[in-house]
Design a protein around this ligand. Structure first.
Ligand code: ZN
Length: 132
């Protein structure tokens, strides 16, 4: 099975204030488990995924931490505030006092955050090692 599959290509979501937000309708998306199948689904619309893929069934809580040397530019602070669910000042502090943890959670959510951080050019690390 391909463990490097990028689910963000066909479900659209982002992490905001500790919640997973549907980019189709803006409602919260919830992680669910039904038998051997797990997924992420929107509480309002049809956006979502149900799969037995490892990234979705992986029970590990991954920690996402900022590396030192990120600039506390406006866009970066806004993104970190959204991901970590903190206010502007706290987000700025997280960047300036790095290494600092900004998120801990399920692999699929971590993948979404990873994509957001990479798109913004922010340096981070994930522990334990993120295999996706
Ligand atoms: Zn939705």
């Amino acid at each position: 099975m391909d463990t490097s599959e990028d689910f963000s290509q066909y479900i659209r979501w982002r992490e905001e204030n500790g919640k997973t937000i549907c980019l189709e309708c803006g409602a919260e998306m919830l992680y669910f488990r039904e038998g051997h199948c797990c997924g992420l689904k929107c509480t309002k619309c049809e956006n979502g995924i149900a799969t037995t893929a490892p990234i979705v069934t992986d029970p590990t809580a991954y920690a996402v931490a900022l590396k030192p040397s990120n600039r506390s530019a406006v866009g970066n602070v806004r993104l970190i505030a959204n991901i970590a669910g903190v206010n502007w000042l706290q987000a700025k502090k997280l960047i300036e006092s790095a290494p600092s943890e900004i998120f801990r959670g399920q692999a699929l959510k971590v993948q979404g955050i990873k994509n957001q951080l990479e798109a913004a050019g922010i340096k981070y690390k994930i522990e334990p090692e993120f295999p996706y």
